[in-house]
Design a protein. Sequence first.
Length: 274
Amino acid sequence: MSRIEQTFARCQQSGRKALITYITGGDPEPGVTVPLLHTLVANGADILELGVPFSDPMAEGPVIQAACERALQHKVSLSRVLEMVREFRQTDDRTPIVLMGYLNPIEAMGYQRFAEAAAAAGVDGVITVDLPPEEGEEFNAALIERGVDPILLLAPTSSAARIKRICDAARGFVYYVSLKGVTGAASLDVSSVAERVAAIRSATSLPVGVGFGISDPESAARVAQVADAVVVGSALVRLVAQNQNDSMKIREAAGAFIASLRQAMDQVPAAAKA
């Protein structure tokens, strides 16, 4: 059983929903990332999403775009992010890490070489935002062969046929992007999310995580009522930006924020949890 499977099994057994946190590797500088990952886990994160900085992050809003720019100023590459994962694994062999990024750096490294390097570093899953399943068979097969899960995205506009196709190809969990638009968007409609999550669950036995539009304890608790996992990104990265000149303040602010989400999610009545 993979780390991702083990994590969702533990959450299910304890009657809680998984909290998935996103930060950009190397933001605001490389030395911050690994200590911050440990802080997130200590304050309630169950799965860590680690963004690979990219110069044209098309799915991201201004907050994560700026995070990529800060990391790239320090020349943080895909290889450097894998080094961060290896460093994290020296003291945490339990928490899953999912890389999130874009295809260009992976293609530059090569599918097989990347899959081998990711597995060796301790990566558990990979989200490649701009690689549709029709074009991802070779890459996904390389990941699966080495025990790394391809995590695939679904959108509010995904048809029933599209949901089935993506669920059939996915591993680990399915990531439902709850809003049309880019990361950092607002106006989360939880009733609509609930309907879409139900449709996804009819097509897969994998856990369903929901991201985009979750920015505070209230929205995290509401999504925890209908999904298996709550994904928070831009709100956390915004705290990093606000405290970028003080690594200790970054960890304090991020830790307090994630603890507040965890507390709100855990207070959702068991009967209300999907």
